[in-house]
Design a protein around this ligand. Structure first.
Ligand code: CDP
Length: 246
């Protein structure tokens, strides 16, 4: 791991990767990339590379795990062994179990769970390359995979982190800011503006915390635009397909 930089923000207000403090890393995504999943998304955000797949809704076995009045959502966040500098030991860890839990909960306000009692929806988020912000990147990809699978939802979920370096709040932490910064606050926000995930590592004042939420909402608004554009592109293309008469 590299050493802590002397300064994170230069005299022109630019960060080590050239971004302004309120600028997110370049993001691109594609849906429908896996033919055997019901929905899928490949997302690149900065140097993060994530593949998300959704299976379901389908009947849940064993039946004793079924919920009588709603669908069960399962979410697995997993880092590939080769996704980070030091090889990750395959299998679940405390960190991946925690991220899976909070990420699943981030979708609970949007998925219309009552439509599929007794069924299960499985969401898999595979981190192929990690470079800070993988839980939020995975949520953005999972949201698109759920939409691609046609899961009825009130809206999409978008996620981003705000942190603090050199005494200033910054949007969408890069690796150095994540490793050596003073705070890291990942959030997920529904398209209706509800915060469905918020975590905090480090220290910020109450004022900074309020400002961090506003910064994050703005970041998520930008991500939501990219997500909506991606969906529109796919479904406009489908509109253009000519359906043969008999
Ligand atoms: O990825 P995210 O920011 O959501 O979670 P984190 O626990 O704050 O991890 C920050 C970054 O540290 C990850 O994105 C990876 O780049 C790196 N990391 C790693 O190198 N090895 C791990 N076992 C876990 C994380």
């Amino acid at each position: 791991m590299s050493d802590k930089p002397e300064k994170f923000i230069d005299e022109n207000g630019l960060r080590l990767d050239g971004r302004r403090i309120d600028e997110i890393r370049p993001m691109k995504m594609e849906i429908g990339v896996l033919s055997r999943a019901d929905g899928s998304c490949y997302l690149e955000w900065g140097k993060n590379k994530i593949l998300a797949a959704v299976y379901g809704p389908r009947e849940l076995h064993p039946r004793r795990l079924q919920k009588a009045d709603s669908v069960l959502i399962r979410y697995r966040y997993n880092m590939a062994a080769f996704s980070v500098e030091d090889r990750i030991r395959p299998g679940p860890s405390r960190r991946s179990t925690e991220i899976s839990k909070v990420s699943r909960e981030a979708f609970e306000p949007v998925v219309l769970t009552h439509l599929y009692p007794g069924a299960v929806i499985d969401v898999f988020a595979e981190v192929l390359q990690a470079d800070a912000g993988t839980r939020t990147a995975a949520i953005n990809a999972a949201s698109m995979a759920l939409a691609d699978a046609g899961i009825p939802m009130k809206g999409l979920v978008s996620a981003c982190a705000v942190g603090k370096v050199d005494g200033q709040l910054v949007l969408d932490l890069n690796k150095a800011e994540d490793n050596f910064g003073d705070a890291d606050i990942p959030m997920a926000i529904t398209s209706e503006g509800e915060i469905s995930l918020i975590q905090m590592d480090g220290d910020v004042t109450q004022e900074e915390f309020k400002k961090a939420i506003e910064m994050c909402k703005e970041g998520c608004r930008q991500i939501l635009e990219i997500q909506k554009e991606t969906l529109k592109n796919k479904f406009t293309k489908l509109d253009e397909v000519e359906i043969p008469e008999d």
